[in-house]
Design a protein around this ligand. Structure first.
Ligand SMILES: [Zn+2]
Length: 217
């Protein structure tokens, strides 16, 4: 299956992408991984991307599209893939269509993870990270430490990252609405959009997604 995963920040997209790719035996292609891999291997596209990033600029669509195309041409993606973080705007979606058409293949579904906006803010703004080890993550509501402000694992101090502040989250949601949501409408006209609720436990959401994708076939 060839799937595009979309959803707002805080929807648990990366986690779901990993589980779904495993269940469907297809590679999980995330933009973050694409950038890291191309930059560390110093490919032409990687060098180009890095030059924009080092200058504090956005990486142009053509560069991202080039990396995604290279990755989709790898043998393990022959029977399908799950795209996460790409396309992130309509012009990338159009470029993806052109690339797939050239290979005479089509997307099977665009899985849209839906989370109410207030829930997104609650999820992200409630996160508390350990100062000693950023992999120790807590939440003021969903995963409270035994002692407020103190890491259960190592006793480090817990804090809220600036990126996780309510203001920043609202800004990120705004970017999502203006740039990424139009791709859902774009794919809706192609009859590809499958919307599921991303509320609940991780495994429940995965099951819901799997059922929806099967039902769609
Ligand atoms: Zn800790």
């Amino acid at each position: 299956m060839r799937i595009v995963l979309v959803g707002p920040p805080g929807a648990g997209k990366g986690t779901q992408a990993a589980f779904l790719a495993k269940n469907l035996s297809i590679p999980h292609i995330s933009t973050g991984d694409l950038f890291r891999a191309n930059i560390s291997k110093q490919t032409e596209l990687g060098k180009l991307a890095k030059s924009y990033m080092d200058a504090g600029n956005l990486v142009p669509d053509e560069v991202t599209i080039g990396m995604a195309k290279d990755r989709m041409a790898q043998p393990d993606a022959e029977n399908g893939f799950l795209l996460d973080g790409f396309p992130r705007n309509v012009s990338q979606a159009e470029a993806l269509d052109v690339a797939l058409k050239a290979d005479d293949v089509k997307l099977d579904a665009v899985l849209d993870l839906e989370v109410p906006e207030d829930e997104v803010v609650k999820r992200i703004a409630g996160r508390r990270i350990c100062r000693k080890d950023s992999s120790h993550v807590f939440h003021v509501t969903y995963s409270q430490p035994k002692q407020e402000g103190v890491c259960d694992v190592c006793g480090g101090q817990l804090y809220q990252r600036e990126d996780d502040s309510e203001d920043t989250v609202r800004k990120r949601l705004e970017v999502y609405h203006t740039q990424t949501e139009p791709i859902i409408d774009y794919y809706r006209t192609q009859g590809l959009v499958v919307t599921i609720s991303a509320l609940g436990k991780v495994d429940e959401v995965t099951k819901r997604a799997m059922d929806a994708l099967k039902g769609d076939k």
